[in-house]
Ligand binder design. Structure first.
Ligand SMILES: Nc1nc2c(c(=O)[nH]1)N[C@H]1C(S)=C(S)[C@@H](COP(=O)(O)OP(=O)(O)OC[C@H]3O[C@@H](n4cnc5c(N)ncnc54)[C@H](O)[C@@H]3O)O[C@H]1N2
Ligand code: MOO
Length: 338
């Protein structure tokens, strides 16, 4: 007997008729990784060679004492303690519970708390990054304890850490998925070369597709020469038409014809940031005009698949307000092939 006499080691050849204490995993590189036997399975004579094939010369018989939890029950408890809106739990599998989204949306995870929880010895909580875009049925979090049996005290500490975090953060959900709203988007395409027809607009279709990907719609596209007054007029018209988001493409960098940042300021918007420390997408402007988000989109959004626009857009589509702090953190890890 080991581990406070709760785990009895039995030779596999002598284990016929006994009950497995946990899921047993087989891994064949490139072919299979998964559960070969499930916890609770009663071992049959035919199972013996299969068990030996996966390297199990001994198995555990479990005699759990008060004050201890089986890995499956610990994983369920941990998942229940962190789960919030629009998610569901899977059954435990090889000691792990997965929290999955039930809708497409924006996954919210509290990094600071996840770090605190993982400081508890024998606890493992693996998550997607905060603000990841997820599909329905996609896993967001996996919970597991490292040993097969764990002291209940560990889970009590886990729970207390969460309670304390909630007290300090207005009972904020730990893990949740925010649905995407159906926004009406007004698009202003600037650039004399497009306005006069010298070149075809290639920015509009790309932005329209990105908006549609989150279930929103560009309700109108207007074209403007490199003239601040015209851009301001289009902004005001869209504001009157009560669009939910105004996007302005081009004219965002350092040339004399780059009129977009000036026009957004001239329209009276509050500027959250001109510039982001992410490449590509460093010349993006984030602003709000009486609560309506306005974004100035630099040329790279038309060319690069992943820019600061692709980081901020899903959050805006999920109804979040972008603050300066959301922009400043984009620099660390923010160099993407640019
Ligand atoms: N010396 C510097 N050069 C650049 C800087 C800088 O800080 N200093 N920033 C770079 C960054 S970052 C970007 S992004 C680009 C472009 O920024 P803009 O938003 O000002 O882009 P434009 O000058 O308006 O156009 C650039 C390019 O894209 C074509 N374009 C624009 N709109 C359309 C459209 N609707 N359809 C088709 N093509 C379009 C335009 O004709 C130009 O070829 O600046 C870097 N340079
Ligand atoms: O706004 Mo610009 O690329 O950073 O490419």
């Amino acid at each position: 007997m080991t581990s406070d006499n709760m785990l009895q080691e039995i030779r596999t050849e002598d284990a016929v008729g006994m009950v497995l204490a946990h899921d047993l995993t087989q891994i064949i590189p490139g072919e299979f990784k998964g559960r070969l036997f499930k916890k609770g399975h009663v071992i049959q004579k035919d199972d013996i060679p299969k068990l030996l094939d996966i390297g199990k010369e001994h198995i555990y018989i479990l005699n759990l004492k008060a004050g201890y939890l089986h890995e499956n029950d610990a994983a369920i408890q941990m998942a229940n303690l962190v789960q919030g809106e629009n998610v569901e739990l899977t059954e435990p599998h090889e000691g792990k519970v997965t929290i999955k989204s039930i809708i497409p949306g924006l996954a919210k995870v509290e990094p600071e708390l996840i770090h605190q929880l993982n400081k508890i010895d024998e606890i493992a909580v693996a998550t997607l990054k905060n603000n990841s875009v997820v599909e329905a049925d996609q896993g967001i979090v996996g919970t597991r304890v490292i040993p097969l049996i764990v002291k209940k005290e560990k889970l009590e500490l886990f729970e207390k850490t969460i309670e304390q975090f909630k007290q300090n953060h207005n009972s904020r959900s730990i893990i949740q998925v925010k649905p995407f709203l159906k926004l009406k988007v007004g698009l202003i395409t600037t650039g004399g070369e497009v306005y006069t027809g010298r070149i075809k607009d290639k920015f509009g279709p790309i932005v329209k597709q990105k908006i549609a990907d989150f279930g929103s719609e560009v309700v109108e596209q207007r074209f403007s020469p490199d003239d601040a007054g015209t851009i301001v007029q289009h902004i005001r018209d869209f504001k009157e038409e009560k669009v939910d988001l105004i996007l302005i493409t081009g004219g965002m960098s350092v040339d004399p014809d780059d009129r977009t940042p000036g026009a957004i300021k001239q329209a009276g918007a509050d500027i959250v940031s001109y510039g982001t420390p992410m490449l590509p997408g460093s010349m993006l402007m984030m602003a709000y005009l009486d609560g309506t988000p306005i974004m100035g989109l630099p040329g790279c959004v038309m060319h690069d698949p992943y820019t600061s626009f692709d980081v901020l857009l899903p959050r805006i589509c999920a109804g979040e307000k972008i603050e300066k702090e959301d922009i400043t953190v984009l620099g660390y890890g923010g160099l993407h092939n640019c």
